[in-house]
Design a protein around this ligand. Sequence first.
Ligand code: ZN
Length: 132
Amino acid sequence: MKKVDHIGIAVRNLEEMLPYYTETLGCPLMKIEQVDSQKVRVAFIDAGNIKLELLEPIDETSPIAKFIEKRGEGIHHVAFGVDNIEQRMEELRSAGVQLLSDAPKPGAGGAMVAFMHPKSSGGVLYELCEKQ
Ligand code: ZN
């Protein structure tokens, strides 16, 4: 893994949570975009050496809606930046790590992403993230 690229945080409502980050904490908002493949609206916050990815579900079928329903708002995943996501997925699969998809999917910021099953990672949802 190159570095931790960002931390994903599940929120019910972006507009309600953003002032906490941008005004109270004083972290700049980088951008907001919708990621249809994950059914989320995403706001990237510049927190210095790391980005925070605030994830708001766009409807109740979104994985983030289900997460919030079960566990409430809060930390959803930690994302590792990688260089060659397909190769990394293959290496992890060979090492017995369960992945949530067979192939990478388009994520926020034009990245390709894949998730490792929390059962393989001691309860933590890890994302692999390759910037294009
Ligand atoms: Zn992420």
